[in-house]
Design a binder for this molecule. Structure first.
Ligand code: CP3
Length: 339
């Protein structure tokens, strides 16, 4: 068992800096495309055998130091009773957005072992195969709420902010329900065998710090507080979150995920005795080999005072990234950080 990733999460000394990449299982891999060619995305998410296969692909092909469960943050929203569709090229769609009390009342707090049995089965199967740690995950409540309220992806978040500012009680009740569901969901993942848990807050960065404090952070804190007993590393990734970093350190996470917009050395000064995860610009993977290695060397150097560093991208790997470039990055991290 290669436990370098877990050691780095705990701030312990490691022989080298571990690496994994957000969205490492996905469309940039021809091996993923091949499986995805026969099934829809949601069918894939609900087929444990196929989920196991695509989870293992980046670990086996590229040498990642951790695996992330293949699933999607919105699978839990569907289990709560919000019908979910994925349209090619348009991303997720909720045809019945949650914008009033009646719609909110219709959402359930599901028993995760039943409603998302396929996720727990995937985790159990993966633990038999894997020689690196398995990361489970969920969306952070604010990010999940934006999809439910907007009915899909958004650029300006009009409906979300309208609810926050004109019907704050309704917004908080929705956040409460997502939070309760997420706690049960992540506890079930931990029981099934997840060895670390990450909350993805992809849209936290659209909030002013005061609104993040009031409308988003308390729910992240509640989730992480509920997971303390499991003694597995908890990771919080707030995309576009540099302006929220001072607040994010109070989330209760052991590891703070960083997007690429912040200098890693500056971030480390702020996070104190916590590990950091990040933060190469995903598009920097397109650099010519020598420059990519140089850039990775600089990043590793910038993180040398970290209380644990897990190398990652600053957000998910882009679907048109050549897998060979990802492999160059993995090898460079291992080689340049070996001590
Ligand atoms: O490898 C991994 O990281 C594990 C799998 C994973 C997926 N989605 C698979 C996926 C994880 C961790 C996610 C998280 C997720 N899903 C987030 C948070 C992270 C982030 O990127 O900010 C969000 C916001 C979602 C919601 C979602 N799922 C969107 C907006 C989309 C469409 C985007 C796109 O690129 O088309 C998805 C689809 C999705 N989730 C794909 C994959 C591999 C592409 C599906 C396909 O095969 O067509």
């Amino acid at each position: 068992m290669n436990d370098t990733f877990l050691k780095a999460c705990r701030g312990e000394k490691t022989d080298y800096t571990p690496i994994w990449m957000m969205r490492q299982a996905g469309r940039y891999l021809p091996e993923y495309q091949k499986i995805r060619g026969n099934v829809t995305f949601l069918e894939l998410c609900k087929s444990p055998d196929l989920c196991v296969e695509v989870t293992l692909q980046p670990v086996d092909l590229l040498g990642m130091d951790a695996a992330i469960l293949f699933s999607d943050i919105l699978v839990l929203m569907e289990a709560m009773g919000a019908p979910l569709e994925f349209h090619e090229g348009r991303g997720p769609i909720f045809k019945e957005p949650i914008r009033n009390q009646a719609a909110l009342d219709a959402l359930m707090i599901p028993d995760a072992d039943e409603a998302t049995a396929f996720v727990m089965e995937t985790i159990r199967l993966l633990r038999r195969e894997l020689k690196v740690p398995l990361i489970g995950f969920a969306g952070a409540p604010f990010t999940c709420a934006t999809y439910l309220i907007e009915g899909g992806s958004s650029k300006v978040f009009w409906e979300t902010k309208k609810m926050m500012f004109t019907e704050p009680l309704l917004f908080h009740r929705l956040m409460d329900k997502i939070t309760e569901s997420t706690i049960l969901y992540l506890k079930a993942q931990a029981r099934a065998g997840a060895q670390a848990l990450q909350l993805f807050d992809s849209w936290a960065g659209v909030l002013a710090p005061c609104d993040f404090s009031n409308f988003a952070l308390p729910y992240v804190q509640k989730i992480f507080a509920a997971l303390q007993g499991y003694e597995i590393p908890l990771i919080y990734f707030a995309n576009n979150g540099a302006t929220l970093l001072d607040l994010s350190v109070s989330s209760g996470a052991d590891v703070i995920g960083l997007d690429w917009r912040i200098n890693i050395g500056e971030a480390i000064k702020k996070v104190g005795k916590r590990a950091v995860q990040g933060n190469l610009d995903p598009f920097a993977l397109l650099l010519p080999k020598d420059q990519l290695r140089q850039r990775i060397g600089d990043l590793l150097d910038g993180a040398k005072n970290a209380h644990g560093h897990i190398f990652n991208l600053g957000h998910g790997i882009h679907q048109f990234t050549p897998p060979e470039q990802a492999k160059i990055a993995v090898d460079a991290v291992h080689e340049l950080s070996s001590r």
